[in-house]
Design a protein around this ligand. Sequence first.
Ligand code: SF4
Length: 322
Amino acid sequence: MNYQFNNCEELIALCKQEKLRISDVAIRREMELFKKSRPWVRNKMKAVRDTMKEAIDLGVKSTKKSKYGLVGGDAVKVYKNINKSGKFLHSKVAVRAMAYAIATNEQNARMGKIVAFPTAGGSGVLPAVLFSTFEHMKSSKRKMLNALFTASALGIAILKHGGTFSAAKAGCQAEVGVGVAMAAAGVTEMRGGTPEQCLNASALGLKNMLGLACDPLGGLVEVPCVKRNAIGATIAMAASDMSMMGVESVIPMDQVVEAMMNISASMSETVRETALGGLAVTRVGLKLREKMGLPPIPEKYLDWRNKKPSAKNKCGGCNGCG
Ligand code: SF4
């Protein structure tokens, strides 16, 4: 049997044909590819899971700042509030996920050990969503591990279908956005969702991250990255909830990936990991850059500040913006 797949359509076809969950296909694919036993494959993923948990456990306790001092200490602030959900708009499971995402990304910014799943910049979303839901549902360790395999299958399908995890190529939609898509699929399987519901959750999640710029202050994976992961985690949870409620994405996941790559082709290099656009060149962004002792941004990238929106640039769609 061949468990390889080149996109989400093939992945779902395999699930249907063999009556398997996405995680089962992912495990069998690894066994086939590396010619290894099931315990070997599962043990590899257990090491991934344990490293994610260590980063969370350290991150929720640490107030240490990153080298340049832009981030550090927010995970503690959020984590302290997980039992006060009545006071906040989000439920305990979502607040805890935000804390876990910030914890992981703050650890990354402190040069701590994390799992780049899918990337270091987007490393907070997946563990945040899965571990918080695992605690909320008092889920089994097996389901937790399976959720990681499901998320990994989504990542493989995205890459095989011509997508990317590279912010230099496609902006933050390819880092935090892909993290959201993977987490949405993983958590949906953990909650008992069908393979179709998992992929649908991914599509709903990624659609809402499309076009996201990569614009980190000073080129460091700190601002806006850390908090972007936290809010990305809540988007993944919302996507999973909607999918479990029967809400369907009109655009299937493979085509959402194509849309991501289509958008990336029209994205300026200034918002593709160069720190020459977006939040990186706001007044605060530039001031902090100077404080960090980084070289100034060439004037040509700051021209936009003198430009007024022209009539030509008006969308003329809903007229809501006047
Ligand atoms: S803004 Fe850029 S560096 Fe930060 S998480 Fe997104 S893609 Fe990564």
